[in-house]
Design a protein around this ligand. Structure first.
Ligand SMILES: *Cc1c(COP(=O)(O)O)cnc(C)c1O
Length: 375
């Protein structure tokens, strides 16, 4: 996730002017199949009509009012997320970006536990504000801003290393149930359960960052369901409001009741809330998590049959390639397929959950044509 405008330029040579379903349209009229450009922020595809309509309607009525005045759209998001939350993690804190949801989780965990340290995983990505950055692994992101709050990084998937790192000074163990930016890494069976046990034994909070894995991406509404583990805080963002800025930290009572002072001017604003309500309604009504499971299994098996090394879950898929940059460029320019990197040698696919098998066939054909499969 690099800068997209302003000081740091990683702009792509394609000016996107429109989107519909799984496609994006460029200024020159070219249509691209999007299996990554929307960064998991378009679970229903681009410009889903129900979401667009809800946004327009809400914008006409009320764009903004201070968060301490009750607003129907915001109350409905609270209710929906509480109803969809796994286990008892149903106290909803709304924010405006993934990093802010993580930020809230870290602050709340400190307040509720009295601990100050964090334990996170190597290759983890949790965002770039100071707190979120402190649990993000990549040295090039972190080092210029040190000292950051103290975090011990342990190898992802190693339950013993995790248990060794968690002591009474730890406020939270912070993990992605499947690592996204770190390479679509799926941990071994039992890992999240072991993390749950280690956090419990030390009185630390277990924070599962589902900003990328949540909302059906891995084939169940929340990825933690696959492991049968309920965290103390679950963060969600990305596709929550179909790409408008909304995130949430879903908290257990013991966290919410002890949360220290925190707040945000924009959080839960009516228009973004309307987008989230329409998104969540469609996601559930069309059972998109189940669809992601099915299409994702098809995608992974087709890629495997084509000779690729593949990992991931549902529609969060990593494909090993010789060079991610070169492959992405040729996919885009020669085949009009937009994907993402996850490190130098992994291509990441995060299509809308509404992607169909015929689109999967297009992606696999394009990848087979351009990618040098590493030896
Ligand atoms: C994208 C992402 C974030 C950060 O979200 P922003 O909205 O960019 O702040 C945090 N955690 C995970 C797992 C993510 O994928």
């Amino acid at each position: 996730m690099s800068g997209v405008s302003g000081f740091v330029s990683s702009e792509k040579p394609i000016e996107v002017v429109g989107g519909e379903g799984v496609h994006l349209t460029a200024a020159d009229g070219t249509e691209y199949l999007d299996v990554g450009a929307s960064y998991a922020c378009a679970p229903l595809g681009h410009c889903p009509p129900d979401v667009v309509e809800a946004v327009v309607e809400q914008a006409r009525e009320l764009l903004y009012v201070q968060g301490s005045y009750p607003v129907g759209a915001r109350a409905a998001v609270h209710e929906r997320l509480a109803a969809l939350a796994p286990g008892d993690v149903d106290r909803v804190w709304l924010a405006n970006s993934g990093a802010e949801a993580v930020e809230a989780a870290l602050k709340f965990a400190r307040s509720a536990t009295g601990g100050t340290k964090f334990v996170a995983a190597q290759r983890a990505f949790h965002g770039r504000t100071m707190g979120a950055l402190s649990v993000t692994w990549k040295p090039t992101y972190r080092e210029p801003f040190e000292p950051l709050p103290e975090t011990e990084f342990v190898p992802y998937g190693d339950a013993d290393a995790l248990a060794d790192a968690v002591d009474e000074d730890v406020a939270a163990v912070v993990l992605e149930p499947v690592q996204g930016e770190g390479g679509a890494n799926v941990p071994p069976e039992g890992y999240l359960r072991a993390a749950r046990d280690a956090a419990d034994a030390a009185g630390a909070a277990l924070v599962l960052d589902e900003i990328q894995t949540g909302l059906g991406r891995t084939g169940t509404l929340w990825a933690c369901e696959r492991a049968g583990v309920v965290p103390d805080v679950l963060t969600t963002a990305k596709g929550l409001a179909s790409g408008l800025p909304m995130s949430a930290a879903l908290c257990a009572d013991w966290i919410a009741d002890a949360a220290g002072p925190h707040g945000s001017t924009f959080s839960g604003n009516p228009v973004v809330a309307a987008a989230a309500n329409a998104t969540l309604e469609t996601l559930v009504a069309e059972d998109l998590p189940a669809r992601a499971a099915e299409t994702g299994a098809y995608l992974r098996s087709e890629l495997t049959d084509a000779g690729f090394s593949v990992r991931g879950a549902g529609l969060l898929v990593g494909v090993e390639v010789d060079s991610a940059t070169r492959t992405l460029r040729r996919l885009a320019l020669d085949h009009q397929v937009l994907a993402l990197p996850a490190g130098r040698r992994v291509l990441r696919l995060l299509p809308p959950l509404t992607v169909e098998k015929r689109h999967v066939d297009e992606v696999v054909a394009a990848l087979s044509a351009v990618a040098e499969v590493p030896a």
